[in-house]
Design a binder for this molecule. Structure first.
Ligand SMILES: NC(=O)C1=CN([C@@H]2O[C@H](COP(=O)(O)OP(=O)(O)OC[C@H]3O[C@@H](n4cnc5c(N)ncnc54)[C@H](OP(=O)(O)O)[C@@H]3O)[C@@H](O)[C@H]2O)C=CC1
Ligand SMILES: Nc1nc2c(c(=O)[nH]1)N=C([C@H](O)[C@@H](O)CO)CN2
Length: 247
């Protein structure tokens, strides 16, 4: 439960969300804090939401995972701050499309770094703290396109596939004290720059044909962490997208 701990006290049963200062991660951080968890988020860029989250008692730690130093520093801070971890949620992500402005090498390196290297290193480094809590959970946020590929986001889809595959490996490695699952979302929430034409087309890609918003991810995270028998699984959270294309 939220210990109302001061900065010096160690957190117990902390919930860690990477990339939690906006959109899905921010909504998830607020919801889990309201449920009484001690929530820690990482953020890359300082923004007003970080102040807002801190005022809600959410611990915010700056971390740019594009470098090994950034990863090492965040792991070091977590080891100092937390006595045990209830859940580690890998949410941080860049939705990078192939572009003439960025080399294929840089695109693939950046995608593999945030979607595969970071979860891989954090899972290994924080496994002991996860095993110290009553029940530990690791949750990987992947993507529907792991199943289909994406001609405009090739490196992104490949890196999310690596993340989804690691779900199985870490589930086998860390059972039974730590469960490891993935959520493979379809459309959850648009970006501000998405125009009406794009939004309508994107919604029609699923049977439910809606932009559901982050509550569906919050509900799925709660389903996973409250289920003592679920591990090594991937929850498809995509409005029936695979079936819509067959209509
Ligand atoms: N939104 C959607 O409809 C869908 C989302 N998903 C997945 O769900 C998750 C949440 O999506 P969404 O909220 O849109 O995510 P965002 O695109 O808003 O990204 C979340 C955060 O990741 C952080 N981040 C990116 N790269 C790095 C890095 N190198 N180091 C540290 N932090 C980094 C960003 O920090 P900063 O703000 O500082 O740049 C950002 O705040 C993601 O994993 C996404 O792939 C999957 C399918 C659909
Ligand atoms: N890191 C992100 N990943 C993804 C995003 C996003 O905004 N940030 N958005 C999508 C799309 O919504 C897609 O699912 C439907 O067009 C995919 N991944």
């Amino acid at each position: 439960m939220n210990s109302g701990s001061s900065d010096q006290q160690q957190l117990t049963n902390a919930v860690i969300i990477t990339g939690g200062a906006q959109r899905v991660g921010k909504a998830l951080a607020i919801a889990l804090a309201q449920q009484g968890f001690d929530v820690v988020i990482s953020y890359r860029t300082m923004k007003p939401a970080v102040t807002e989250l801190r005022e809600l008692g959410i611990h915010c730690q700056q971390a740019d995972f594009s470098s090994q130093t950034g990863i090492d520093d965040f792991i070091g801070w977590i080891n100092q701050k937390c006595g045990s971890i209830r859940a580690l949620i890998h949410n941080a992500s860049d939705w990078l499309a192939e572009s003439a402005d960025v080399s294929p090498q840089q695109t693939m390196n950046q995608m593999m770094q945030i979607h595969a290297m970071v979860p891989y290193q954090l899972n290994l480094a924080l496994a002991e703290l996860l095993q110290t809590s009553t029940q530990g959970d690791i949750i990987h946020l992947t993507d529907y396109v792991v199943k289909t590929g994406s001609k405009k986001h090739i490196a992104y889809a490949a890196s999310k596939s690596a993340l989804e595959n690691m779900t199985k490996s870490f589930a086998a490695l860390l059972a039974p004290k730590v469960k490891v699952n993935a959520i493979a979302p379809g459309l959850i929430m648009f970006n501000e720059h998405d125009d009406e034409r794009y939004r309508e087309k994107a919604k029609r890609k699923s049977l439910m044909a809606i932009e559901p918003g982050p509550q569906v991810v919050i509900d799925t995270i709660n389903y996973i962490i409250n289920n003592p028998y679920l591990t090594g699984s991937c929850v498809d959270l995509d409005g029936g997208r695979a079936l819509a294309s067959k209509q």
